[in-house]
Design a binder for this molecule. Structure first.
Ligand SMILES: [Zn+2]
Ligand SMILES: [Zn+2]
Length: 223
C-alpha cells in the first residue's frame, strides 16, 4: 500500500519548509485522508475521508463548500452533502473502517483503518484516546499514522463540566496505546514543540524503544 504525505503541519503557523502544509495523506494515489489544503485536490482523488471537521483537516470548513470536488466525501458526521461514514466501506479498492476517537467538544472525530490485500494501517487525526471497546479492531496493524501535536506527557487535555475530555494526547501515551497493535508509528500533524529544533525533535522521536518516524510534506512510503 502506497502512502503519500501531502501535509504534516498541525494547527500552528508555518515555520519550516518541509512541514508547511496542513494534514493530508494520499493512499494508493487514489483516496485522500484529510484535506487540510485545497491544493491536495489537484491529485484528483477518487474519494476523500476526513477525520474531523476542523479547518486544518478540512480546509473548506472556513471557506465554501463549492470548493469540494464532485467525488464522495466522508466524515464522522453529515454536513452539507458530506456523507457520514459509520461502518466499513469499500472505497476505490480500499477497505475503510471508521474508529471513533476522543478529540473535540464541538465536532465528531474518527480514525480510519485502511486495508488492502494483507496490509492494514490506521490513520488518525487529532486525538486523545480510542475507547477500549474498539481496540480489538486495531490488531495486526502494519503501521499507525497519528497526532504529533504535543510531545509532553499528558498532551493538552481539557475537561468540561460534564466530564467530557477534549484536546490532544501526548506522544508518550500515544506510543503506549499503539505499540500493542503495531511495530511502526509515524507521527504527523506537528505542533510547536517540533519546530523549535527539528533535528532534536526527530532524535526525541527516535529515542523510544520501537520504530518511530516523523513524516514530512511530500514523504512517500509503502507498507
Ligand atoms: Zn488538527
Ligand atoms: Zn482538531
Amino acid at each position: 500500500m502506497k502512502i503519500h504525505f501531502l501535509g504534516t503541519r498541525g494547527n500552528v503557523e508555518p515555520s519550516a519548509p518541509y512541514h508547511s502544509k496542513h494534514s493530508g495523506i494520499l493512499i494508493e494515489e487514489k483516496v485522500l485522508f484529510d484535506v487540510g489544503e485545497k491544493e491536495f485536490l489537484d491529485h484528483n482523488p477518487e474519494a476523500v475521508c476526513i477525520t474531523h471537521l476542523h479547518p486544518d483537516h478540512a480546509f473548506f470548513v472556513k471557506n465554501h463548500k463549492e470548493d469540494l470536488p464532485d467525488v464522495p466525501v466522508y466524515a464522522p458526521e453529515n454536513n452539507n452533502g458530506i456523507i457520514r461514514l459509520s461502518a466499513t466501506r469499500e472505497i476505490s479498492g480500499l477497505t475503510v473502517t471508521p474508529v471513533p476517537t476522543f478529540h473535540s467538544k464541538h465536532v465528531q472525530s474518527q480514525a480510519y483503518i485502511i486495508e488492502k490485500g494483507k496490509k492494514k494501517i490506521l490513520y488518525t487525526g487529532d486525538m486523545i484516546w480510542i475507547k477500549k471497546t474498539h481496540h480489538h479492531k486495531l490488531k495486526h496493524l502494519d503501521l499507525v499514522i497519528t497526532d504529533g501535536s504535543y510531545f509532553r506527557k499528558g498532551g493538552m487535555i481539557r475537561r468540561d463540566k460534564q466530564g467530557n475530555i477534549y484536546g490532544h494526547q501526548g506522544i508518550p501515551q500515544l506510543v503506549n496505546l499503539f505499540r500493542k497493535f503495531t511495530p511502526h508509528i509515524i507521527f504527523t500533524h506537528f505542533g510547536s514543540w517540533f519546530y523549535k529544533d527539528i533535528q532534536e525533535s526527530r532524535k526525541k522521536l527516535n529515542s523510544f524503544d520501537m520504530k518511530i518516524s516523523a513524516a514530512y510534506d511530500g514523504m512517500q512510503t509503502e507498507v
